[in-house]
Design a protein around this ligand. Structure first.
Ligand code: FRU
Length: 537
C-alpha cells in the first residue's frame, strides 16, 4: 500500500511538474511563483539537511550576500518554474547562524532589461547613493542584466550592470529607474559585479568579470562608476571565461601585513576538469591590483591556487558587512559542476550551496595562500560522538570505525595523523548495495583524492564519475589535521586545516551506513579520530 501511494505521489508530481513547465508564463514580469511538487522519496533521499537548496526549481550561484541586524542574507541565481537553468531571478533566504535557512519570497524578477544575473549587495550606511529615506539605511544590490534577445542574436552588448535598493533590511527591493548604471562596452561576457567599501580611500570598489579578465571600477555613490584597472589577461588559467569575481583585504595570519585577495571563477580548466575558482593575492592602491611578487613567482611555476580541488565548488564569493567584532571573511560556493548541474538526479529542485566557510590568509614560506574551514556554528549541531586516540590500522586491513550506530547522512569526521610519511590511507563510506565513496591520501603521489566512481547513481552524465578527483598536498606542516562534513548528497573535506579543501556530491541509492579506514602501505596510527553525529530533522 505504502509503495503504491509513493508511486502515485511521484506520478502526480511529475505530471504537475510537466504542466507547470509547459504552461507557466515563461519569463518576464511578476509571474506568480509556481510549485514544482516534490516526490516524497526524493525529498527523503536527497534533500540535504543543512546545505542550502531552493524549495523548488533551479539554483546556481550564490548572490548578494550581506549581514544586517542579526541576519545573514543569501540570494541566489534561481529559476523557480523548472529544474534547469532559465530566466534568472534572485531567490532569497535568511539565517541567524549560517547553517539553517528560512526561505523568503523571490527578491528580484527579470524585466524588460533582461534576466537578473549574479551580483552583490552592500549596506550604504552613509547614504552615498541617496536612496535612503526618513533615516532608513539603504541596502544596495548591484547585478548584471542579461538581455536574452540580444544574447540570442549574438550581439556583444547583451550584458549591462544595474542596481536596486531596499529600505526594509532586504525584504523588498526597488530597481533604480535609471538602470543600467554601466553600459556594455562591447564585451560579450561582462558580468557579476562584486562591490565593497574601501575604508582607506572612502570609496566603493567594484570588480567585474569581462571575458578572460577582471575589470575594477570605483564610485562615490554606487551609481557613477569609473574603470580604473584590468587584471588577469596574462595570469592564471584561461580555459574558460572568467566569472563571479571577489576582491577583499585580509590580514596575513600572525602578522600585521594586509594583502588583497581576488577570487576568479573560471568556466573550464579546473584541477579535475570542469569549472573551478582560482585566486590571486596582491596589493590594491585604490585603483589597481598588483600581484604579490612571491605569489606571482609561485603562480608562474604551477597553477595550484584554487579555492577547492574537488569537482563541485563554483561561483563562490563572500558576505559583506560582517561586523568588525566578528571579523570573519565568510564564503559560500555553489556545489555542483556546471557541466552536469542540469542532470543531477533530483527533480523538484536542483543543487545546493556549500556550508559557509571562513577564509584565512597564511604565509607559506613567504608565499601568501588562503585556507578554508567550515563556519564554527556547525558545532552547535553536534550530538553524540565516537572518539578514539592512537587508533592503529594495520597494513592492508579494513578497520570498521562505525556502522549501524551512526547516521552518515548528517555527520562530521575529524582526525589527525602526526606524520604522513609513507602513510597512504583510504576512508570508505559504504552501503549494503555495494556502493561506496572513498577519500584519502595517496602518499606515492603526495596527493589527496575523492573517488565517487562507484558511489551510487553516477551515469546521468559522463563527466560525473569518469575519474578519481585529486588535490595536491600543499601544507608544509608535518601534522595532518582533517575535518570532513557529510550531508545526504555531499562531502566537504578540509585536508590539512583547510589548505586543500575538496568538495564533491554523490547520490547513493540507499544511504551509506558504514565507515571504515584502510592503511594502504604500512601501519597507520590515527592520533585522534572523532565521529560526530549532527542533529538535524
Ligand atoms: C556563473 C554564471 C554567472 C552568471 C550566472 C547566470 O555560474 O554563468 O557568470 O551571472 O551564472 O546564471
Amino acid at each position: 500500500m505504502k509503495n503504491k501511494l509513493t508511486l502515485l505521489v511521484v506520478a502526480v508530481a511529475v505530471a504537475l511538474q510537466n504542466f507547470s513547465c509547459k504552461n507557466g508564463k515563461t519569463d518576464t514580469g511578476m509571474a506568480k511563483e509556481e510549485t514544482i511538487s516534490t516526490p516524497f522519496s526524493e525529498e527523503q533521499a536527497y534533500r540535504p539537511y543543512y546545505h542550502f537548496t531552493p524549495k523548488v526549481g533551479w539554483m546556481n550561484d550564490p548572490n548578494g550576500m550581506f549581514y544586517y541586524n542579526g541576519y545573514y542574507h543569501l540570494f541566489y541565481q534561481h529559476y523557480p518554474k523548472d529544474n534547469i537553468w532559465g530566466p534568472m531571478h534572485w531567490g532569497h533566504a535568511i539565517s541567524t547562524d549560517l547553517v539553517q535557512w528560512k526561505h523568503l519570497p523571490i527578491a528580484l524578477y527579470p524585466d524588460d532589461l533582461g534576466y537578473i544575473f549574479s551580483g552583490s549587495a552592500v549596506v550604504d550606511y552613509d547614504n552615498t547613493s541617496g536612496f535612503g529615506k526618513d533615516g532608513k539605511i539603504p541596502i544596495v544590490a548591484m547585478y548584471t542584466y542579461h538581455d536574452p534577445k540580444k544574447g540570442d542574436a549574438g550581439q556583444l552588448d547583451a550584458q549591462t550592470q544595474a542596481i536596486a535598493y531596499s529600505l526594509d533590511e532586504g525584504n523588498s527591493w526597488t530597481k533604480y529607474e535609471e538602470n543600467p548604471v554601466i553600459e556594455n562596452p562591447g564585451v560579450r561576457d561582462f558580468r557579476d559585479p562584486k562591490v565593497l567599501w574601501d575604508n582607506e580611500r572612502e570609496q566603493w570598489v567594484m570588480i567585474l568579470a569581462a571575458d578572460f579578465e577582471m575589470m575594477i571600477y570605483t564610485s562615490k555613490n554606487l551609481k557613477d562608476w569609473t574603470l580604473t584597472d584590468r587584471f588577469g589577461k596574462e595570469d592564471g588559467s584561461h580555459e574558460g571565461v572568467w566569472e563571479c569575481p571577489d576582491l577583499f583585504p585580509m590580514q596575513v595570519e600572525g602578522s600585521d601585513d594586509v594583502k588583497w585577495v581576488m577570487l576568479a571563477s573560471i568556466s573550464g580548466g579546473a584541477p579535475n576538469g570542469g569549472n573551478g575558482t582560482q585566486y590571486f593575492i596582491g596589493d590594491f592602491d585604490g585603483k589597481e591590483f598588483t600581484m604579490d611578487k612571491n605569489f606571482a613567482e609561485a603562480l608562474a611555476k604551477k597553477h595550484d591556487f584554487w579555492v577547492d580541488f574537488g569537482k563541485d565548488n563554483y561561483a563562490g564569493v563572500t558576505w559583506s558587512n560582517i561586523p568588525a567584532e566578528d571579523g570573519r571573511k565568510i564564503f559560500i560556493g555553489w556545489i555542483v559542476d556546471g557541466h552536469y548541474a542540469n542532470k543531477v538526479p533530483t527533480a523538484a529542485w536542483r543543487s545546493s550551496q556549500s556550508l559557509p566557510r571562513t577564509i584565512k590568509l597564511i604565509s607559506d614560506n613567504g608565499v601568501p595562500r588562503i585556507t578554508f574551514q567550515p563556519v564554527k556554528e556547525i558545532t552547535n549541531y553536534v550530538g553524540k560522538k565516537y572518539k578514539k586516540d592512537q587508533l592503529s590500522v594495520g597494513a592492508g586491513q579494513e578497520t570498521v570505525l562505525s556502522d549501524a550506530d551512526f547516521d552518515f547522512t548528517k555527520a562530521q569526521i575529524i582526525y589527525s595523523v602526526t606524520s604522513l610519511k609513507n602513510k597512504g590511507y583510504t576512508f570508505k563510506l559504504s552501503n549494503d548495495k555495494g556502493e561506496a565513496l572513498l577519500f584519502g591520501y595517496d602518499n606515492g603521489k603526495d596527493q589527496f583524492f575523492v573517488d565517487r566512481r562507484k558511489s551510487g547513481k553516477v551515469d546521468f552524465h559522463e563527466e560525473f564519475a569518469e575519474k578519481v578527483s585529486v588535490g595536491p598536498r600543499l601544507s608544509h606542516k608535518e601534522q595532518h589535521n582533517v575535518n570532513v562534513l557529510l550531508d545526504k548528497t555531499s562531502i566537504e573535506i578540509f585536508f590539512d586545516d583547510g589548505e586543500t579543501p575538496m568538495t564533491e556530491i554523490f547520490f547513493p541509492t540507499t544511504p551509506y551506513s558504514k565507515l571504515s579506514v584502510l592503511s594502504d602501505n604500512g601501519d597507520l596510527v590515527l592520533d585522534h579520530i572523532e565521529i560526530r553525529q549532527l542533529k538535524f530533522n
